[in-house]
Write a protein of this length. Structure first.
Length: 161
């Protein structure tokens, strides 16, 4: 599960040096089965078109207000930073709409994730709570049953038992 997929802004760069001029997805996309969006600022959603173009087909979870704002922000970002080609923009927005899963606040929702063929049962639930940052913003609470599904991609993270 991936939480947010934003653009780097200003002097920010990723650990491998990606910045606003280098937009490719820098991780193994085959391991990402769902995306959760906390809020619709470009530094949290700006790379979403690149994620979709790279082949991400999983559900995109966000609050209901964010689900209303997200297509507007993505359309604007595409027009400013990528293309004004209406058919490309429409294709991206149609794909986004087909994958978008708007959630109510304070409701636990099961997120279907496969467990790489393992026989033990795994389950992840997500709950969004109002963050008060902007309209639709949320902080994310996760419940993970069976920690075998947790595979941190950073080496300095430890699995919690």
């Amino acid at each position: 599960m991936l939480i947010d997929c934003g653009l780097f802004q200003g002097a920010e760069t990723s650990g491998s040096g990606a910045d606003s001029n280098r937009l490719e997805i820098e991780f193994d996309l085959s391991t990402v089965q769902a995306l959760v969006i906390t809020h619709v600022h470009i530094d949290h959603v700006g790379r979403l078109p690149y994620l979709l173009a790279a082949g991400f087909k999983g559900p995109i979870y966000c609050s209901k207000p964010s689900a209303e704002l997200l297509p507007l922000v993505i359309e604007d970002a595409l027009k400013i930073g990528v293309t004004r080609n209406a058919s490309i923009i429409k294709a991206c927005l149609d794909r986004l709409a087909s994958q978008l899963v708007p959630l109510d606040y304070l409701q636990w929702v099961d997120i279907p994730l496969s467990n790489s063929g393992k026989n033990n049962e795994s389950r992840v639930q997500v709950r969004l709570s109002r963050a008060g940052h902007i309209l639709g913003s949320a902080y994310v609470t996760l419940r993970v049953v069976n920690a075998d599904i947790c595979r941190p991609i950073r080496r300095d993270l430890q699995k919690i038992s």
